[in-house]
Design a protein around this ligand. Structure first.
Ligand code: NAP
Length: 309
């Protein structure tokens, strides 16, 4: 297998692997298994790791740092992204105080002096963008965060924030899979009266493309909101038949085809995987080498139940 190809992350100038390794489920692994998992990723050029302060209530970042045996030499070889702003079950908090405190915790758990990318996890209804700006300025000037982005934000929210920030928003992490593709289907059904035309995100896909903000699709294999995996799932017989047919054609697994469908979109997205299984991770990486035809991409789209007006 080739080493993962790279893309530019937003306006950052950072060259990053086209697939990010999500660490939300890392606390399910023993230290030894986490070590194997992370080292296998690195051997394939997957050196971009996605964290959040809330994953495993902080345990995922801790396990990561221990498993990779964090030191200065290793730190230079990897790209670390984490998120803050969620206080689980209670509120979203983009106050300066919370952002600064969260980053301190993240750096401590990850055993590093700096984050490459910090994302604001979910929009805070009480956001004061000037306060966020103060927090970001402080974090950037003391070298604790190199680049900033958001997650689950719509275009107006990004514009509001960007108006006050001194740094470009470089990434927006959003839920996107074949079965959760309303950001794509709404663009195909402009001005139609059907359900697929409902624009739930303010045209975030086109907005991000227009503004060089890299979309990082999260939960690329889940349907609903963490309801389960659509692959090999009886609820999606037509979709699975099509994916399996293409898997046979390309001599890869259905996992590879499902991720190749996201990567085929010309927006240069950087999907974030969630598997903790090493062989499945390899199947994900293979997707970077598959380029589905236009016809195949649409066949999968239609097999998922979407229609063309
Ligand atoms: N920004 C946000 O709001 C947000 C929200 C959620 C997640 N995320 C990020 O996105 C990453 C991915 O999320 P996710 O874990 O929900 O994504 P996912 O890759 O769609 O789901 C992974 C889960 O599905 C299981 N799975 C079963 N069959 C699979 C198959 N054939 N292929 C792939 N996975 C299969 C995996 O189990 P095995 O481990 O056994 O393979 C794992 O438990 C997270 O780690 C996190 O970094 C961000």
């Amino acid at each position: 297998m080739n080493t993962l190809r790279k893309i530019q992350l937003g306006k950052s100038g950072l060259q990053v692997p086209v697939i990010a390794v999500g660490c939300m489920r890392l606390s399910a692994l023993s230290k030894k298994d986490a070590e194997i998992f992370i080292n296998t990723a690195l051997e394939h050029g997957a050196n971009f790791f996605d964290h959040a302060d809330i994953y495993g209530a902080g345990a995922c970042e801790q396990i990561f740092a221990d498993a990779i045996n964090m030191n200065d030499t290793i730190r230079e070889k990897i790209i670390l992204q984490s998120k803050c702003g969620i206080v689980p079950g209670k509120m979203y908090d983009f106050s300066k105080e919370h952002i600064l405190k969260s980053v301190e915790g993240i750096l401590k758990r990850l055993k590093t002096d700096y984050l490459d990318v910090l994302l604001l996890h979910r929009p805070d209804a009480l956001i004061d963008p000037e306060e966020v700006c103060e927090a970001f300025d402080k974090l950037h000037s003391c070298g604790k965060v190199r680049y900033f982005g958001v997650s689950n934000h719509n275009p107006m929210q990004i514009q509001l924030l960007q108006r006050y920030l001194n740094y470009p928003i470089i990434a927006n992490q959003l839920q996107l899979s074949i079965t959760n593709a309303s950001m794509i289907s709404s663009g195909i059904n402009v001005n139609m009266l059907n359900q697929q035309a409902v624009n739930r995100d303010g045209s975030v896909l086109d907005f991000c493309r227009l503004n060089d903000i890299t979309i990082q699709p999260w939960s690329p294999f889940q349907y609903g909101f963490f309801e389960g995996v659509f692959l090999d799932n009886d609820k999606f017989p037509v979709l699975n038949a099509k994916i399996n047919e293409l898997a046979y054609k390309y001599n890869v697994s259905n996992t590879t085809i499902a991720l190749a469908w996201i990567l085929r979109h010309p927006a240069n997205m950087q999907p974030v995987t969630g598997t903790m299984n090493v062989s499945r991770l390899m199947e994900c990486f293979k997707a970077a080498d598959i380029f589905l035809t236009r016809e195949e991409w649409y066949q999968i789209y239609l097999a998922a139940g979407y229609t063309l007006p």
